[in-house]
Write a protein of this length. Structure first.
Length: 176
């Protein structure tokens, strides 16, 4: 099976990315609605009162800021993933068209690398904020993740490879 062009592996991956992209938009809309609902309930916590969970009464009014913040952080995370998948969709569209070294792919790959780095830094920020604001509450693990940073570096190196490929293609087009 071919790697580039119509009917290739890249066109199959583009279809998968299209489906994931649509699912992410649906997920982002759902999280945005939940965030809005949590924010509205935080202004009038008597709407829900106290909830009994496994024979233990939980005061939801005290937890609304944590719930709202978590939903907001989740929305930002999904938005970042949405940017990455959107850029990958456009890159795979050029691969399906048989034009892997399209000049815009360099910018798209750099954007993917920057968003990956921002998501990892955001994970550290959520960990720090939860440790500061919510002592004693289970938090997101924020250990240094070399795999994530290695991925960021790989994407930036690939962007430079694509930049060089686009430059060589431009030179070849100018050759008589």
């Amino acid at each position: 099976m071919r790697a580039l062009g119509p009917g290739s592996v890249s066109s199959f991956l583009k279809i998968i990315l299209d489906v994931v992209y649509a699912a992410l938009w649906i997920g982002l809309a759902g999280l945005a609605l939940l965030s809005l609902a949590a924010l509205l309930f935080s202004f009038n916590p008597d709407l829900l009162g106290k909830v009994v969970v496994t024979s233990e009464e939980v005061d939801l009014a005290a937890r609304w800021p944590m719930i709202t913040g978590g939903l907001f952080a989740g929305s930002l995370y999904i938005a970042g993933i949405l940017v990455i998948v959107g850029s990958l969709r456009r890159i795979f569209a050029t691969l399906t068209a048989g034009d892997p070294f399209h000049p815009d792919n360099v910018r798209r790959l750099r954007l993917v690398g920057a968003v990956l780095a921002a998501l990892e830094l955001g994970r550290y920020a959520v960990r720090a904020a939860s440790a500061w604001l919510l002592p004693g509450v289970d938090r997101v693990d924020a250990n240094f993740n070399p795999t994530a940073w290695f991925s960021v570096l790989v994407v930036f190196v690939l962007a430079e490879v694509f930049r060089e490929g686009a430059r060589l293609r431009r030179e070849a087009e100018l050759t008589i």
